[in-house]
Write a protein that binds this ligand. Structure first.
Ligand code: NAD
Length: 427
């Protein structure tokens, strides 16, 4: 009884894809009163959700259990559970395949949803993708399979996800959400849907602008990270402390925003999203998006720079990389996440292994099976740090005892500038 009453109030939401983006959205929607089908093709993920177990750091197992207890969170891999939805949000992966956008997950999700659309329902794409995807790819597929007219019989729009896994300050609810619709009616319905879920929504005039806004955000970051990374390489050769220079520049209260060097970029966004934009520009205009290409090139070479710095540092201490004990602290692509996709730390590890080092990885968050390298995975201990010829700080998760690392290590290469001491070199 209770369940049907609440369903009538908020309706049925299907979230296609229960990953870093889809699962937090599902949890929030249950919280505000929707009945949520947490749909994923990966049966093992669905089983974990059904047993109240999390697999991403931003959602706890107790949150999942609480959602299950409402009887309004239904993890599923059975497409028939989608039938009769009021809202459907697509949060499936958009990777690159051979350097080109792979839209197959979006098209297969659209094919599954299409025949199940009823009059008055809404479909929203959240996956990051090139401008035009919602109107040029998703819309015709949904219309063809539903025999309904988008914008009239059902509503369609795009709302990019900005979630930053591991960020303690900004989450799904307090990060403003961009919303768009293929027409005025769609925008209104979709905007109202998100107003219920987040603190603030920002309406854009069409899906193409919302799609581009997301790519602009990530390209902006990608390019600026590349700028300071290239500066770090040159500053090192010039004998100038790039971190001090950035600290100085950042004191300017206008016209400057600090970005910091690091071992490279990783995860699901920066190494991938800007290429969706440059692909679209090339396809439609025949032009090269030079900023993206340059940033890709610079950021891609950073792990090699890190391993070269390790080599030079060991050399100065009369040691060769071959046979040295090298401890890598954090293999995830950034601190406080388990995500090792495209991680520059993994590239650093691969190049040091190739040079003959004994590479020991410390990372309690990353799943070993996600990193296909002959590494020695160890738990953090003073002894391991003491025995290391060099400790390389890559992704310093908040649970690492950084003071102990400074005390026990003979030589540290800190790629993130988080430590202080006489035994430390910076990027
Ligand atoms: N991870 C982030 O920080 C982040 C932030 C903003 C935007 N995004 C974007 O959001 C999208 C999803 O990213 P993610 O990190 O959540 O990916 P993810 O790999 O964590 O999750 C995607 C899920 O979708 C499932 N899936 C794939 N095809 C499916 C289908 N046809 N039907 C049902 N489930 C399917 C997969 O099994 C997986 O569980 C991508 O476009 C990504 O670029 C990611």
């Amino acid at each position: 009884m209770e369940r049907s009453r609440e369903m009538a109030v908020k309706g049925k939401l299907v979230v296609i894809g229960q990953g870093y983006v889809g699962l937090p959205l599902s949890m929030r929607a249950v919280e505000v009163g929707y009945t949520v089908i947490g749909f994923d093709l990966d049966k093992s993920r669905v089983d974990q959700l059904a047993s109240g177990t999390t697999y991403i750091e931003d959602v706890s197992s107790s949150q999942i259990k609480s959602a299950l207890e409402t009887d309004r969170f239904i993890p599923s891999f059975d497409p028939s559970d989608i039938d009769g939805f009021d809202f459907c949000v697509i949060t499936v992966p958009t990777p690159l395949r051979d350097g080109l956008p792979d839209l197959s997950y979006i098209t297969s999700a659209s094919s599954m949803i299409g025949p199940r659309i009823k009059k008055g329902s809404s479909v929203i794409l959240e996956s990051t993708t090139y401008p035009g995807t919602t109107s040029e790819l998703v819309l015709p597929e949904l219309e063809r399979l539903s025999n309904l007219v988008a914008g009239v019989d059902f509503f369609l729009g795009y709302s990019p996800e900005r979630i930053d896994p591991g960020n303690p300050k900004f989450n799904f609810v307090n990060t403003p959400k961009l919303v768009s619709g293929i027409n005025k009616a769609s925008l209104e319905v979709i905007s109202n849907f998100y107003k219920d879920l987040v603190d603030e929504t920002v309406e854009l005039k069409s899906p193409a602008e919302a799609e581009m806004a997301k790519l602009l955000e990530n390209t902006f970051r990608h390019v600026n990270v590349a700028l300071v990374n290239e500066l770090a390489v040159f500053a090192n050769e010039l004998g100038i402390d790039v971190w001090e220079a950035i600290r100085g520049a950042a004191s300017k209260p206008f016209g400057f925003m600090p970005f910091f060097p690091g071992p490279g970029v990783g995860g699901h966004c920066l190494p991938i999203d800007p290429s969706y934009l440059s692909w679209k520009v090339k396809l439609q205009l025949g032009e090269n998006f030079r900023f993206v290409e340059l940033a890709n090139d610079i950021n891609h070479h950073m792990p090699q720079f890190v391993s070269r710095r390790v080599m030079l540092g060991l050399n100065e201490r009369g040691k060769a990389v071959k046979g040295s004990n090298i401890v890598l602290v954090g293999l995830a692509y950034k601190p406080n996440t388990s995500d090792a996709r495209e991680s520059p730390g993994v590239s650093v590890a691969a190049s040091l292994i190739e040079l003959g080092a004994r590479v020991i990885a410390l990372d309690p968050l990353v799943r070993k099976e996600d990193v296909n390298l002959p590494l020695e995975w160890k738990d953090f201990s003073k002894e391991i740090i003491k025995e290391a010829d060099v400790v390389v700080i890559l992704s310093p998760h908040r649970d690492f005892d950084l003071d102990e690392i400074v005390k026990s290590a003979s030589y540290i290469l800190d790629t993130r500038h988080v430590l202080k001491g006489d035994n430390i070199e910076y990027l």
